[in-house]
Design a protein around this ligand. Structure first.
Ligand SMILES: *[C@@H]1O[C@H](CO)[C@@H](O)[C@H](O)[C@H]1NC(C)=O
Length: 288
């Protein structure tokens, strides 16, 4: 009895967590910004920005390594561990000090975006009517340094005359927040939204856009909530059946009769929809 309970609980957890993972994954190729689709995959690479400041008697070099689409690849073992960018960083900042006749000295290295496995950026934009936003922000928190939360804010600007190979500009690094500006054609919304795979929920996505801001995707949030509520129902239902009703095996599943019927109900429903759509397409006639 205990075993079947454990198996059921584990199965539910596995299903729920895999669904949640799929929903939460940030995908540069299919980015949704306030209901409009963008494809940033042309920018999916590691970019290095370096600049030197003369600080007599030394030169101080600040370097940023950035990938807007994925965590940075870990540095090789030849780099001493303390000098490496932290794991799971998407944007890394390092400062090196050069002095004539002395060895270079890495004086700072840390993550400005990404700190834990699974960390993902959030995209935000202001909405102007139904027009896709011509700029949006890519934001992500990084390391905590001296009680300050480091973070990166990339302002993507749609610029069809620029090239995707163009580098982002460092605007500012203040109070641990790195501001970049990146004008590229990849930051323009995909015009052909109806290009073959228009989803039925597109209408609702536009509605979401009118609220002004969205992070990641309204639908993934909705689906996550739905999945969480369903999981709660299931877990509480199974616990109730196990502890109060003292059921075992399949009987542990709450509302078993309904769930047994569920596939048939779905099939029935799909058949009805199919009939309705098919019937209309054929001008009122349907195949008997
Ligand atoms: C900065 O200065 C150092 C030392 O002079 C030099 O090795 C490095 O290439 C310079 N970097 C840039 C981006 O100019």
């Amino acid at each position: 009895m205990r075993k079947s309970f454990a198996i059921i609980a584990l199965t539910i957890l596995a299903v729920v967590s895999s669904v949640a993972t799929v929903v939460a994954t940030f995908d540069c190729k299919k980015l949704q910004v306030v209901g409009h689709a963008y494809d940033l995959s042309a920018l999916a690479r590691q970019i290095t920005l370096e600049s030197n400041a003369t600080t007599p008697p030394t030169v101080t070099e600040t370097k940023y390594i950035i990938n807007p689409c994925a965590p940075l690849t870990p540095e090789p073992d030849t780099v001493p561990e303390a000098d490496r960018c932290p794991e799971n960083a998407w944007v890394c900042r390092s400062v090196t000090n050069y002095k004539k006749g002395a060895e270079l000295r890495l004086i700072e290295v840390n993550s400005v975006a990404g700190s834990k496995k699974g960390d993902e950026p959030v995209v935000e934009a202001r909405v102007a009517g139904d027009e896709p936003p011509s700029e949006f922000h890519w934001k992500m928190g990084g390391a905590q340094v001296e009680k300050a939360n480091w973070a990166t804010d990339i302002k993507f600007v749609c610029d069809k005359r620029a090239k995707n190979e163009d580098l982002p500009k460092v605007m500012d690094f203040k109070d641990g927040v790195l501001s970049l500006e990146w004008s590229v054609p990849a930051a323009c919304a995909l015009d052909d939204k109806s290009g073959g795979d228009k989803k039925p929920d597109d209408g609702n996505k536009d509605e979401d856009g009118e609220r002004g801001k969205s992070s990641g995707g309204f639908f993934s949030t909705l689906l996550t909530i739905f999945v969480a509520v369903f999981m709660l129902y299931f877990v509480v239902g199974v616990m109730y059946k196990y502890l109060v009703v003292r059921a075992s095996g399949l009987d542990l599943i709450p509302n078993l009769a309904f769930w047994r019927e569920f596939p048939y109900l779905c099939a029935d429903f799909a058949q009805h929809i199919w009939d309705a759509v098919g019937g209309r397409r054929r001008g009122g006639y349907s195949v008997v």
